[in-house]
Design a protein around this ligand. Structure first.
Ligand SMILES: [Zn+2]
Length: 254
């Protein structure tokens, strides 16, 4: 797999097809609206879900992807319910990292309640390192080795103490539109399947409540949390707050 002609700024690793939209959709939209290139790698097709068929879920993912407007999305077809940090999974994820060459990787928090989310977080952490190891296979010629500058974790079920809170206020309604594409997973009066954690009628209220709570901590309406695996290098502390960004520390050699 040869690299994309234009590398990504941000690659979001998600265990299940709706995780990126529900957990970090506002951050994806905020990053896109700042002119950066964003992609998503779904590790599974969510085939264990007790609601909706795989075909319907694929249509829902396509519709949500269209609303987000990301530059790249793929699925690794790892087994739903068994997302773990294995050699096979590492090679598949490293291949995508080398294909897209993101500056930043985002993945679910490694201590999340759901074993697939926790597994995805650990897998991303290990794969981030291996992508920069010259002789590691990862499905590409060794010359295309790539290691993102940093890894950030996003919040799924289990809360954590954030490193940063992203102001997603301007993108909240569009994030909700993307989430609602996964209609089979949500409560629908009169045509409901077996109950799940996210099919409860109050699920979206809980998502909104968390975003409002995080937002209130930084004086905005809606926020999404990130926690860095390692602190990113910055040129000076003032420019981080005034929005001039991070210093470039990518392309570290193995
Ligand atoms: Zn999930």
């Amino acid at each position: 797999m040869q690299p994309l002609p234009d590398s990504l700024d941000l690659l979001v690793v998600a265990a299940h097809p709706d995780d990126a939209e529900i957990s970090i959709g506002g951050t994806i939209l905020a990053t896109l609206s700042a002119g950066h290139r964003v992609g998503i790698v779904d590790l599974t097709r969510g085939e264990l879900s007790s609601r909706g068929t795989p075909e319907l879920r694929a249509q829902e993912t396509a519709a949500a992807t269209e609303i987000l407007g990301v530059h790249f999305r793929t699925c690794l077809d790892l087994p739903d319910g068994a997302v773990r940090d294995t050699d096979e999974a590492r090679e598949k994820l490293v291949a995508v990292v080398r294909h897209t060459r993101p500056r930043i990787l985002l993945a679910p928090w490694r201590d999340d309640l759901h074993p697939d989310h926790a597994g995805a977080g650990l897998l991303a952490y290990r794969s981030l390192y291996l992508g920069g190891v010259k002789m590691y296979p990862g499905g590409t010629p060794a010359a295309i080795q790539h290691r993102p500058a940093t890894l950030g974790y996003y919040m799924c079920h289990t809360p954590f103490d954030p490193s940063v809170i992203v102001d997603v206020t301007d993108h909240w309604s569009r994030k909700c539109e993307a989430v609602q594409c996964y209609a089979s997973q949500f409560h629908q009066p009169g045509q409901d399947g077996p109950p799940t954690k996210i099919s409860r009628p109050e699920f979206m209220l809980a998502v909104e409540g968390r975003a409002r709570d995080l937002g209130s901590r930084v004086g905005v309406e809606f926020g999404e949390a990130l926690r860095w695996q390692d602190p990113p290098a910055v040129s000076n502390p003032v420019d981080v707050i005034t929005g001039k960004g991070l210093s470039s520390n990518e392309s570290k050699e193995a």
